[in-house]
Design a protein around this ligand. Structure first.
Ligand code: FAD
Length: 385
């Protein structure tokens, strides 16, 4: 292999470049990135950057020292075996890394709507968060909650509209989501409410009501950014389909990060995880696979969110769980654990209880069973349950 092309210069893309060089690959590497910026981390965008505590979140890396041919501001348009066609012409490869991440879903309507995916999005949105501004946020998922946190802190009049009966319902279910409703104190939280369109000056709800807004932010989820692969001879289904080695169906091709739907041996299902830890750690496996080594990606998925003064952390795969058990009261620091039918820990969600997260993640990784009776006592540490 002499010429690797990495499409997508986000965290997964740049970490794969580093992993290739770290494993001794000396051939040519071309890194193609649609954005004009060097690679950066996205989690700070909805936290420190939106709050005005930071302006950038660039990844510490040295593309020049790694002799990477970096093409910022260039998009891949299509793919045929051995050639990527870009907005700046064709580039040939004998090894391909697909790391194009995901892109926000927008709502219908002619009115202006912000999304929060890029550094530029964050700067544009930050400029609008001024005292008294009427902000309507559509979606009470992870991004919606974090934007609402920043907007409330900035002194805006905040409305959050969510079609589900609770926040975070799609991510972790309505039972957990209900515990977060009190966090929206001072926010006009409209649950079970559908938006019809984003119009000039506000948002039209299904049923006709119009909610006025200076700023509308749509945070209703993302989809894998694989449109450029539509005509390629590669399996796509909710992203780029890969095996447990992150190998895609096209020869000499791996996919990594938000855009990859990989086979998980641990959970016996296909996973596509839109979180930072995957973009950070899967690249080692992707690089190893591309170089012909035998490596498997089978993590206990992990993510965190900082919202309304709370640190929310999650590890595991709760659809594998059967029973939900709470540790601690909703007003304080608490966690929730999902057990399978045979009392194996499937997932843990910790609110301001980082120790439960760390121990839970290890227990899930080891496949240990827990004693449900002991679990309900938040004083008993998880590893002793
Ligand atoms: P991306 O970061 O999306 O990078 C992909 C890159 O590919 C992009 O720069 C894109 O422009 C480029 N690209 C796309 N298509 C093309 C093309 N055709 N040609 C060339 N380039 C292309 N996760 C957590 O675990 N915790 C958090 O608190 C958290 N907070 C977040 C806050 C925000 C605001 C956002 C947006 C995400 C957050 N995440 C969080 C998720 C995490 O940031 C992502 O999972 C991670 O960025 C995925 O990395 P990636 O490299 O796979 O994709």
């Amino acid at each position: 292999m002499n010429q690797v092309v990495v499409v997508g210069a986000g965290l997964a893309g740049v970490r794969t470049v580093e992993a290739l060089r770290g494993r001794g690959f000396t051939g040519r590497i071309t890194l193609i990135g649609q954005e004009r910026h060097p690679p950066y981390d996205r989690p700070p965008l909805s936290k420190a950057v939106l709050a005005g505590d930071a302006d950038t979140s660039f990844v510490e890396t040295d593309l020049e020292a790694m002799e990477v041919d970096f093409w910022p501001g260039v998009s891949a348009k299509s793919l045929r075996a051995g050639v990527v066609e870009t907005t700046e012409g064709e580039v040939a490869y004998d090894g391909l890394v697909i790391a194009t991440g995901s892109e926000p879903i927008r709502l219908p309507g002619d009115g202006p709507q912000h999304v929060l995916r890029t550094l530029d999005d964050a700067h544009e949105l930050r400029a609008t968060l001024v005292p008294g501004a009427r902000i309507v946020i559509i979606g009470a998922g992870w991004i919606g909650a974090e934007v609402a946190t920043a907007a409330r802190r900035a002194g805006c009049a905040v409305t959050v509209i969510e079609s589900a009966p609770t926040p975070l319902a799609t991510a972790v279910g309505t039972e957990i989501g209900a515990r977060t409703i009190p966090w929206y104190d001072g926010i006009d939280l409209r649950l079970g409410t559908m938006v019809d369109s984003v119009d000039e000056g506000g948002v039209r709800l299904v049923g006709g009501e119009f909610i006025e807004a200076h700023v509308v932010v749509t945070g209703i989820g993302v989809r894998p950014a694989v449109g450029w692969l539509a005509d390629a001879d590669i399996d796509l289904h909710n992203g780029v389909v890969t095996d447990e080695h992150l190998r895609a169906s096209l020869p000499n091709t791996v996919a990594v990060g938000d855009c990859a739907a990989w086979w998980s041996r641990r959970w016996g299902t296909r996973l596509r995880v839109e979180h930072w830890d995957t973009a950070l750690n899967a690249p080692e496996v992707a690089a190893a696979t591309l170089l012909g080594e035998d490596a498997v990606y089978d993590p206990v998925p992990y993510f965190w969110s900082e919202q309304f003064g709370h640190m929310v952390q999650y590890a595991g795969h709760h659809p594998a769980g059967d029973r939900l058990i709470y540790r601690g009261e909703p007003e304080g620091k608490w966690s929730a654990v999902w057990l399978t039918a045979d009392d194996t820990l499937a997932a843990v969600l910790a609110v301001d209880r980082p120790r439960d997260l760390v121990q839970g993640r290890r227990i899930i990784g080891a496949g240990h069973r827990l004693d449900a009776e002991r679990l309900v006592d938040p004083q008993v540490v998880l590893r002793d349950c």
